[in-house]
Design a protein around this ligand. Structure first.
Ligand code: ADP
Ligand code: ASP
Ligand code: MG
Length: 454
């Protein structure tokens, strides 16, 4: 039986007509059943800027942004020679962009809900264009299977947390089986949008920045796919971000557990939630470069042959360290419950945590500080101190909490770089610590040299 493959192509793989053609050739060659695409590179950022510009009452600047988005997509459409039906669909979405921007401008209000609809236009535009590239690629292969453009919102059900909606996984699988049965029966190749979803009431939502990887995984789960492919601008998951360390090299094979830690602790190559559906259904995930599909790439699987002590390094920037101190914590109980209730009420996630006799320190994304009520609510229980511009560095591998001498090797490698907080013990796959933001790249390069290059 032929494998069911779901492939996702990121923004750079959608960059222009050539990128789309190249990506479509890859998808056709791999017999993809469903192709999930991101917005063309830069478009989501432009749409966010458009929302903010219109909200601040700058109409001429908003029009200029609309024009930039329009000409980018019309230009790619012309290069690809899209059909008149596709042209009409493109024009409709571009008109919608203008109407939403005008609404935001008139009301001087860009709610998270409006922003989600605005951002969804990026993927809706790119997917129309890509369906043309996909039909051409299949024709070149003499395949007769038709391409079906699909609105992901038909099946990708979420709650109404606009900006970072939570996926309703069982509902998604049920809707995939009901509405996209022709894909399952291999009667069509689907092209759809990543990143976007819809509530039961039909409001458009998004899964958070970089969420197309997660969409593809949810749809792979829904279609009971055998393989999920993530095609991007680097030839696989590397030992660290190649933009920081030129000697970073692609990893051939990595376990679900290690790759999940890597994604959660900042490796942008995979959205942090991507592997959850793959783990649930045991779907192997391939990560490769759409620019050079012949390269080996990375396989992420449940079982792997090797389990090195340190497989890769990740970093998460823009962290804030919040320290809460109170003598009441001394020999008392329930303090952590109280403070975590506050984080829960504000829907803020805590990344790393350490405690001492009368204080607890934890790290958050610095955007959490935009919510002034959070700090006010915390200060009801404790004295609150914050330190900003920190970066969480993680070493990811195996048996990390059972290896004597590892701490010494790590701190010898980073030398005089001050470590503000350490987290070890919760996972055998991760050792992480916090450093000053402007020392982070240097720390990564030194650790890479010490643990991976030698
Ligand atoms: P896409 O638009 O295809 O989703 P992203 O920009 O979201 O692509 O992710 C790919 C980028 O992730 C790479 O260009 C690279 O700079 C960055 N990255 C960070 N850590 C890693 C890593 N460990 N391996 C590979 N790429 C990484
Ligand atoms: N286009 C969205 C973003 O830029 C989603 C994605 O690319 O994964 O965040
Ligand atoms: Mg991405």
């Amino acid at each position: 039986m032929v494998s069911q493959v779901v492939s996702k192509f990121g923004g750079t793989s959608m960059g222009d007509a050539d990128c789309m053609r190249r990506s479509a050739e890859v998808a056709a060659q791999r017999n993809s059943r469903l192709v999930v695409v991101s917005a063309t590179s830069g478009t989501t950022n432009d749409l966010i800027l458009l929302g903010k510009t219109a909200q601040s009452g700058q109409w001429p600047e908003s029009e200029a942004l609309l024009q930039k988005i329009r000409s980018r997509h019309e230009g790619i459409g012309n290069d690809l020679g899209i059909t008149s039906e596709q042209k009409a669909r493109l024009a409709e979405v571009l008109e919608e962009a203008e109407s939403i921007a005008r609404g935001i401008f008139l009301l001087r209000d860009c709610s998270l809900k409006a922003m989600d609809t605005l951002m969804s236009l990026g993927e809706r535009l790119s997917s129309i264009l890509f369906s043309k590239a996909m039909s051409e690629a299949l024709k070149n292969k003499s395949a007769t299977t038709p391409v079906r453009w699909l609105d992901a919102r038909e099946v990708l059900r979420t709650d109404d947390q606009f900006g970072k909606a939570k996926a309703a996984t069982e509902e998604i699988s049920k809707l995939c089986r009901e509405k996209w049965a022709d894909l399952i029966q291999a009667q069509a190749v689907g092209v759809t949008q990543g990143f976007i979803g819809s509530t039961e009431e039909g409001a458009t939502t998004t899964l958070g920045r970089g969420g197309s990887d997660y969409s593809a995984a949810l749809l792979a789960e829904g279609l009971s796919a055998d393989i999920l492919e993530i095609w991007t601008d680097v030839p696989g998951i590397a030992t660290t971000d190649p933009r920081i360390c030129s000697l970073a090299k692609p990893i051939e094979e990595i376990s679900f557990k290690e790759a999940s830690e890597l994604a959660t602790f900042g490796a942008k190559v995979l959205h942090p939630a991507t592997l959850l559906p793959a783990i649930r259904r045991n779907i192997p995930v391939f990560v490769g470069s759409s620019f050079d599909a012949g390269q080996r790439g990375t396989w992420v699987r449940r079982e792997v042959k090797e389990a090195p002590l340190i497989r890769a390094l990740a970093l998460r920037r823009k962290q804030v360290l919040v320290t809460l101190s109170t003598p009441e914590m001394l020999h008392a109980h329930g303090f952590l419950a109280k403070i975590f209730r506050v984080f829960d009420d504000h829907k803020v996630s805590v990344d790393a945590i350490t405690t001492s006799e009368i204080s607890v320190s934890l790290t958050l994304e610095d955007s959490a500080l935009l919510n002034k009520r959070l700090l006010q609510d915390l200060s009801q229980f404790a004295d609150v101190k914050t330190e900003e511009n920190l970066t969480l560095i993680s070493l990811i591998g195996n048996s990390i909490n059972h290896t004597p001498g590892l701490g010494k090797r790590i701190f010898d490698a980073i030398g005089d770089i001050n470590v503000r907080m350490i987290c070890l013990g919760a996972s055998k796959h991760n050792f992480c610590f916090l450093v000053d933001g402007d020392k982070a790249d240097e720390a990564i390069r030194r650790l890479h040299r010490s643990f991976i290059e030698t």
